[in-house]
Design a protein around this ligand. Structure first.
Ligand code: NDP
Ligand code: 2IT
Length: 450
């Protein structure tokens, strides 16, 4: 096209900036995808019409969540559900309860979910929700009352064929239980498929708790296998100590690697002897039952050290697994990883690397497994939970694990092939964006302007 004309993709991005100037995380997520799609739109200009619609959520729901704390004081939080795209299936995506939650974060997560869910190969659209409620320091009773109030509004907007929430930061088995109980009470129906991540006794799937972390380790293994390498004997740095981090460490251990760090929002611990199965069991009890701080690890394991207010990326490692939150690896962290000889990064968290950090990885040929691909095992297994709920049967652990493993390997293959297709061999970020997009774009074109 003549150089004086604005590229249709740039025009779409300018519109995003103009419409929502304050939504920085949403800008970051859309900019990355749009940049990946440029070569495709050059090949097939009519795709830009689809992209135009794709960056605008189908529906955004925001609501007041009033609840009463243990001191009998009324509190109010804000609730969200972003129903971003339903071209290939009902909206699907987690709920995040964290004080940082705002519309920009909800939209970036829901937007990413569209491509991740498409890549999973399963029929699920993209959505996300949550609240700025902070579960830290709250009693079980307070969490229950909050969840009940949150669901009292959300129940109007979800359903097994409409929109199926699950967990994310601050939302695990306990919260899903309270949310499901309130949904059932309000709707007077046992609709198992309306939420995933449920307890095993009321419709949950074996392996769903493990799925995101295991899937991320499987994906990293596949990235290394393609380079005639493996996780065996590798030293890993992992951030986070929640659901994704815990099971990433567990599977990496099983694959013969040694994870030496875990973290939370206060700092990280380093254990050069490795966080083995027994130490991981301590972390799981500490985080999932006692809701304690990762610093307590060093009281129990004397050889380990705690670094307050620090991130683990300056610790030398062969492979890094960011499993905490967005933008936790910036350019300076990426430079540390590169200069310490890190071979690869697999993103367990959503958008944990800043654009500058990703550029540094790509320039230095660090293998990079983007979140949309590397952490898709969680939502994929959620979709398997939905299948089991529809069939009213439960699959074995081995069956679900084998399906998860195949899905992760297929995601790797499809992202690699798509990267090659647009002339970006080995760039899994571009590959994941392109492969995820194409299926959604085809469905949108077939369904007309809706
Ligand atoms: P959890 O709530 O179980 O754990 C979150 C962990 O990250 C905790 O260790 C937490 O520390 C830490 N963390 C959270 N916010 C921050 C912050 N702002 N700065 C530093 N550390 C922080 O959540 P999950 O493990 O489920 O989620 C982790 C990441 O994985 C998120 O990005 C999520 O979107 C993503 N993800 C989750 C999936 C799932 O199935 N659960 C699926 C795919 C992606 P602290 O205890 O101090 O808050
Ligand atoms: O980011 C994610 O993919 C999740 N939090 C899991 C979503 C799900 O529906 O299982």
């Amino acid at each position: 096209m003549p150089s004086t004309m604005t590229h249709p993709i740039d025009r779409i991005y300018q519109t995003i900036l103009k419409r929502d100037p304050d939504q920085l995380e949403f800008h970051q997520a859309t900019y990355e995808v749009l940049t990946s799609l440029k070569p495709l739109v050059d090949q097939e200009p009519k795709l830009s019409e689809v992209v135009d619609r794709l960056v605008e959520p189908e529906r955004v729901i925001m609501f007041r969540v009033p609840w009463v704390d243990d001191k009998n004081v009324a509190q109010v939080n804000r609730g969200f559900r972003v129903q971003f795209n339903s071209a290939i299936g009902p909206y699907k995506g987690g709920l995040r309860f964290h004080p940082s939650v705002n519309l920009s974060i909800m939209k970036f997560l829901a937007f990413e979910q569209i491509f991740k869910n498409s890549l999973s190969g399963l029929p699920i659209g993209g959505g996300k929700g949550g609240s700025d409620f902070d579960p830290k320091g709250k009693s079980d009773g307070e969490v229950m009352r909050f969840c009940q109030s949150f669901m009292s509004e959300l129940a109007h907007h979800i359903g097994a064929d409409t929109d199926i929430p699950a967990g994310d930061i601050g939302v695990g088995g306990r919260e899903i239980g309270f949310l499901f109980g309130q949904f059932k009470r309000l709707k007077k129906v046992f609709e198992g498929g309306v939420l995933t991540g449920k307890g095993l006794s009321y419709g949950g799937s074996l392996m769903r708790p493990e799925a995101t972390g295991y899937g991320c380790a499987y994906f990293a293994q596949e990235m290394l296998t393609a380079k005639q390498n493996s996780l065996e004997g590798k030293t890993l740095t992992v951030s986070g100590s929640g659901n994704v981090a815990q099971y990433c460490v567990e599977k990496a251990n099983q694959l013969g690697a040694k994870a030496i760090t875990m973290s939370d929002s206060s700092g990280f611990i380093m254990d050069e002897n490795g966080i083995d199965a027994q130490k991981l069991a301590f972390v799981m009890e500490l985080k999932n039952v006692k809701h304690g701080r990762i610093s307590e690890y060093v009281d129990r394991y004397k050889g380990a050290r705690y670094y307050e207010h620090k991130k683990p990326w300056a610790v030398p490692c062969d492979f890094a697994f960011p499993c905490a939150t967005q933008n936790e690896i910036d350019a300076s962290d990426a430079r540390d990883l590169v200069s310490n000889g890190c071979l690869g990064v697999a993103e367990g968290a959503n958008m944990p690397s800043t654009p500058e950090a990703i550029e540094i990885f790509v320039e230095n040929k660090v293998l990079f497994g983007p979140a949309k691909a590397a952490n898709a095992g969680g939502v994929a297994t959620s979709a398997l939970e939905m299948s089991q709920n529809s069939q009213r049967i439960s699959w074995t652990r081995e069956d679900v694990d084998a399906r998860l493993h195949t899905i992760m390997n297929d995601i790797y293959k499809n992202a690699s092939l798509a990267a090659e297709r647009v002339g970006k061999k080995d760039n899994l970020l571009v590959g994941a964006n392109v492969a995820g997009f194409l299926k959604v774009a085809n469905a949108m074109m077939a369904q007309g302007v809706v």
